[in-house]
Design a protein around this ligand. Sequence first.
Ligand code: VGL
Ligand code: ZN
Length: 198
Amino acid sequence: MNTKTDGFRLSPGDALIVVHVQNDFLPGGSLAVPGGDEVIPVLNQYIARFVQEGLPVIATRDWHPPDHCSFHAQGGPWPPHCVAGSRGAEFASGLALPEDVPIVSQATWPDKEAYSSFEGTDLAYLLQEIGVRRLFIGGLATDYCVLHTVLDARRLGFEVVVLEDAVRAVDVEPEDGRRALARMREEGAVFAGCKDFA
Ligand code: VGL
Ligand code: ZN
């Protein structure tokens, strides 16, 4: 079902976006994504590759206040997760982010949900400043924040490559992840895995 290409040669204008690889989204976390930990070694390979090529790597994180509107106690759909400053909101310890990685925090206001890393953040500005045109996106979760970040990136005119071996879905309903990938493809995202990199 995925749009395959013959491979990717990284070049200036490319950037890697690592979405929400935080403890609460890993097995044992408060909003565990099935297999969420499996993206870590794969993303580490991508991170190493981008760093080696001198290309930007940016990490985004879900960074909620304790009374965020998406939490059950406020009538929202989710258990409390990724509360700013908590252990659950920390990046996975095995994730090998560069020391100087820019971090974009999202959904930081109590009354506002944001599934896109562009929504209410300076991510678009940051990417524009450093001349990025093509985004390679992986992380958690396929059917929420990866999906909406990819859709916004396409709306903003970025080329998008979804790293399909480095995403996992919540799958509240079965097939949500599959549907999300199909949606991204409809909007012009292409798909790649480690094997597609020369
Ligand atoms: C996410 C549900 C709630 C995500 C964040 O990062 O995909 N999902 N908050
Ligand atoms: Zn959240």
